[in-house]
Design a protein around this ligand. Structure first.
Ligand code: 5RP
Length: 230
């Protein structure tokens, strides 16, 4: 059911795409439906270029025949379409469940519009139940982890930091060669404060709070599509 909903949101987003658009191509199971839908339209004559947000998306887009570019060649994008792990009614997001948060944030920041596609269960009243991914340098991991723990303490936030592991039991390594600490916080009362202070910790490369980046969302529910923003 959830996959059907993800595809419905993705296919609606694909209808918004017009000739000449420079697209950010998101990562994850929902974004994969969008990439597939764009691939189908490209094979039907749509002219777009895409910047993938992960190696996995790059490989899929290449298989689909979507012309690709880079942010160095094409630094201004018209539209990024990506999934999310959580979003609230103010279009604040937690992303990075799939480990691609760094490239996803760079690409979203280079885009005039970012539309989130998701099944309706991702919409929450308060962010934080989904563990917040924090991408960190492998160098000095323990020191960085302790600095994050001290920060959370100073913000009166409790929660465990867990190093993400891959299926083979080794630490999960991002496309950028970094590790991910998942912060199990349960609730984030002040996302802006947490986001800006996390960015001040040396060793933190990026975090999964996407604030002020999404301009719209397409949520698929059993009762139909719900669109927020644009
Ligand atoms: C990857 C992401 C994904 O967009 C997020 O994890 C949602 O994934 P899915 O569409 O598979 O539920 O942020 O880093």
């Amino acid at each position: 059911m959830s996959d059907t909903l993800k595809r419905a949101a993705a296919e609606r987003a694909a209808q918004i795409v017009t000739d000449g658009m420079r697209l950010g191509l998101g990562t994850g199971s929902t974004a994969a439906h969008f990439v597939a839908a764009i691939g189908e339209r490209v094979r039907g004559g749509l002219k777009v270029v895409g910047v993938p947000t992960s190696e996995a998306t790059r490989e899929q887009a290449q298989r689909e025949g979507i012309p690709l570019t880079t942010l160095d060649e094409t630094p201004d994008l018209d539209l990024t379409v990506d999934g999310a792990d959580e979003l609230d009614n103010d279009l604040r997001l937690i992303k990075g469940g799939g480990g691609a948060l760094l490239r996803e944030k760079i690409v979203a920041s280079a885009s005039q519009r970012m539309i989130v596609i998701a099944d309706g269960s991702k919409l929450v009243t308060k962010l934080g139940r989904f563990p917040l991914p924090i991408e960190v340098m492998p160098f000095g991991l323990t020191a960085t982890e302790r600095a994050i723990a001290r920060l959370l303490d100073s913000l009166s936030m409790t929660g465990e930091l867990r190093l993400r592991h891959a299926a083979d039991g080794a630490p999960y390594v991002t496309d950028g060669g970094h590790f991910i600490l998942d912060a199990h916080l349960e609730r984030i009362d002040k996302p802006n404060v947490l986001a800006s202070t996390l960015n001040n910790i040396p060793g933190v490369v990026e975090h999964g709070l996407f604030l002020g980046l999404a301009t719209g969302a397409i949520l698929a529910t059993a009762d139909g599509l719900v669109e927020l923003g644009q």
